[in-house]
Structure formats: C-alpha cells, structure tokens
Design a protein around this ligand. Structure first.
Ligand SMILES: [Cu+2]
Length: 421
C-alpha cells in the first residue's frame, strides 16, 4: 500500500514539474523573450563564478594534499627505493605543474571572455608554429621521463653482485616460506616432484630422492593391493588404475631426476647444487641484515603470486615453474623505522600482490631488518633449528568428501596438480 502511495506521489511530482516548466515557457513568450535567450547579467554572474571556482578548486587540492599526504608510505627503506621515489616524485611535479597551468588558463579565460555582442571570435584554422610547439614540448618532456625511468629500471633490475646474500621466498596458496643457505653457503637444487609433508619446497638431495621413491613405492603397493583384494565399483577401479599409472609415471620421472643429479655431481663435484640442499634452512621467518645486498629468489608452488615489500619498494611476480629474482639493499632497520613512523609495533611486511584465491588478503609474512650482528645471531640460531613442517594450507572447498580409505595418496596430490600445469 505504502509503495503505491509513493508511486502516486512520484508521478504527481513529475507532472507538477512538467506543468511549472510549461508555465515558465508561456510567461517567457508573453514577455516577448525566447527561451534560449540568456541575459547579460546571467553571463556576468557565470563568469564571476568561473573565477571564484579557481581559488576554491586549488584550495581543495592543497587541502587534500595536506590532509591525506601523511597516509602515503613512509620514507623508502632500501637503496633502490629512494631512486624509485625520486622517479615518482619527478613525475608528480611535472603532472602538478601542467595541471595548475592548464586549469588556471581554462577558468581564467572562461571568466574573462564572457559573451559580448560587440566581440567577434578570432578564427584560426591552422598554425604550423603552434602545432610544432605543442608537439615538440610534450615529446621532449616524455623523452626525459622515459630515459630517466629506463635508467632507474636498469639499475634496479641489473644482476646482483656475486657476494649478495641469497634468500628464497616460496609462495603457495596461501602463505610464504623462506629458505636460507646452510653452513655451506649455497642453496640446494629443487624439484616439485619431491614436495611432500617433510619437504615442502621440494629440495633435491640423495636422501629426499630416495625417501620420495620409497614413499611412492609404498603408495603404489597399497593401491595395487587394494585393486587386487577389495571389491570395488567399476568406476572406482578405473579411478585407482589411473592413479597408480600416474604414480608409476611420477616414479619414473624421479628416477630420471636421480640420474640427472648423479651425473651433475659426477661432473661438478662439490659445486653441484644437488649437494647443497641438505643443510638449507626452511623457515617461516624472514630476516635480513641492514645495508647488505640481498638477492631474493622467488618461486611459486601453485598459481602466480607476487612478492611485494612495499616499504622497500620491491615487487616481483612468483611464477610456477621458474625462479624470478629481485635484489635490494635494506637501509633502515625495523627498530629505526619504528622511531621514524612513531609506531612501536611497526613491522616491515612481505605481501602477496596478485589476487591468487580466497585467502589472498591474508598471505603475508613480517620482515625483520636488524644490524649485521643481530642478524648473524638469528642466523646461527636458525641453523640449529630442525625444519618444522608448516601447518597445512587451508584445503580448497570440495563438493564431495574425500574417501580416505580408498585413496592412500595425499602427498602426491600437490605434485600432480603441478604436473597438470
Ligand atoms: Cu598469492
């Protein structure tokens, strides 16, 4: 009922406005005026408004800058971050200068050249000099921005020096894991086929290869015996047969990997990356020493993620199947940044900056930057800690419950998911 009343009121309102407009039209005609005639007074009023708008407009702009300027990120905490900020500020200044000049001219002229019966507009269909000026000037400015930008980009993305600290950041839905070289100073080789509960990053060592093969043998045997002895529906038999086939192919690939590993070890000796994995530190913490160059090696287990450390102005995609890198030199410790930001609980943070799934928003890890001595102490402590398997990532919602009795495989699931990509 009330809806009907509202509808009636709205319709009556529209009719009333239409009638008022008609009355205005008729009275104008009676006064001998055309509807589209605008009086000189109206024009002058609009012209003054254009001028009044100018200070209000720029006043609002300044107020925004002052009110919200401190919501930006604090000072860059890495060497290249300072360069990035310079580049961004340089662009901002050019934009602001152009913004002010064009808007002052626009509203100034709109107010100054108010309509006058006695003035004829100046008609200029073409002017080569003008065209040249407004083509060359922006082109020159753009060239400066691009050359400056390319230089900055080249210096940020140039290769890290050989003695840079190496840290691997491993992304998966939905968390980060860090890997530091152990006492031998080198990171070991990795292969996704070796990923299981105790080896979440798939580090390749003789032990992990043997362990994974034994695990697969056990799973194949269990599935084979299930097929031989259990009474199963045809569909289930097909499914398990497929599964066991996949496991056999997977096993063959790991045997190939073992051959590759042994050949590499025979060829390179202690330099082989296959000999460096055993003592790698796999850890759910991310610590860096201040003022030392670090090369981040970024990998992903499942989908494209992006390692983003906003306070360091550092970002690099994590792409399944390849290792991407970015280098940086942190310049401000966490403690100093707490003083700078006047925030006692400030922490640097590593975020995922690619929307990668339901818990993307929560995919983060704090970064702790300390002086070299404190870092060395942390590192020595971390080397002593045995690897702790991280809590399982939240499983994606499945519509059918998993029949755990008939599926003896779980750790291969990850490897199979990766194969299908
Ligand atoms: Cu992600």
């Amino acid at each position: 009922m009330s809806k009907l009343l509202i509808l009636i009121v709205v319709v009556l309102g529209i009719l009333a406005v239409a009638q008022l407009a008609r009355v205005y039209e008729l009275t104008s005609r009676l006064r001998g005026k055309r509807e589209e005639d605008i009086s000189a007074g109206d024009n002058r009023f609009n012209a003054r408004m254009m001028w009044l708008f100018l200070p209000l407009y720029f006043g609002f702009f300044l107020w925004l800058v002052m009110a919200y300027g401190d919501k930006m990120l604090p000072v860059a905490a890495s060497e290249h971050g300072a360069e990035t900020d310079w580049l961004l500020d340089f662009n901002w200044w050019i934009l602001i200068i152009v913004f002010v000049i064009t808007n002052v001219l626009l509203f100034w002229f709109a107010g100054k050249y108010v309509y006058s019966k006695d003035r004829r507009a100046f008609w200029q269909p073409h002017n080569n000099k003008l065209e040249l000026a407004w083509t060359v000037a922006p082109a020159a400015v753009l060239a400066v921005i691009i050359i400056y930008g390319l230089n900055t980009w080249a210096s940020i993305t140039s290769p890290a020096s050989p003695d840079a600290l190496q840290v691997e950041l491993y992304a998966r839905q939905f968390d980060w894991t860090a890997r530091y070289p152990g006492a031998d100073g080198g990171l070991g080789a990795t292969d996704f086929r070796l990923i299981n509960g105790t080896n979440p990053l798939g580090i390749v060592t003789r032990e992990s290869v043997a362990g994974r093969l034994a695990e697969l043998d056990k799973e194949i045997a269990a599935t084979d015996s299930l097929l031989a002895h259990a009474i199963l529906a045809d569909a289930k038999v097909d499914e398990l047969t497929d599964q066991v086939e996949r496991m056999r192919r997977n096993k063959q690939r790991i045997i190939n990997l073992r051959t590759l590993m042994e050949n590499d070890i025979a060829e390179k000796g202690v330099a082989s990356p296959y000999l460096h994995g055993a003592d790698d530190i796999v850890i759910k913490e991310f610590h860096l020493p201040v003022r030392q160059e670090v090369k981040l090696l970024i990998r992903s287990q499942d989908v494209i993620h992006s390692a983003y450390i906003p306070h360091m102005r550092a970002q690099m995609n994590a792409v399944p199947g390849m290792t991407t890198t970015i280098k940086m030199v942190p310049t401000i410790t966490t403690d100093s940044m707490r003083l700078i930001t006047k925030n006692e609980v400030f922490d640097y943070i590593l975020l995922c900056n690619k929307i990668c799934g339901a818990s993307h928003y929560n995919m983060q890890m704090p970064l702790v930057v300390t002086d070299a001595a404190t870092h060395d102490a942390w590192y020595a402590e971390a080397m002593k800690k045995p690897f702790q398997a991280p809590a399982e990532a939240p499983a994606p919602p499945t519509s059918t419950p998993v029949d755990s009795s008939a599926v003896p495989v779980d750790s291969t699931a990850v490897a199979q998911v990766q194969q299908s990509h």
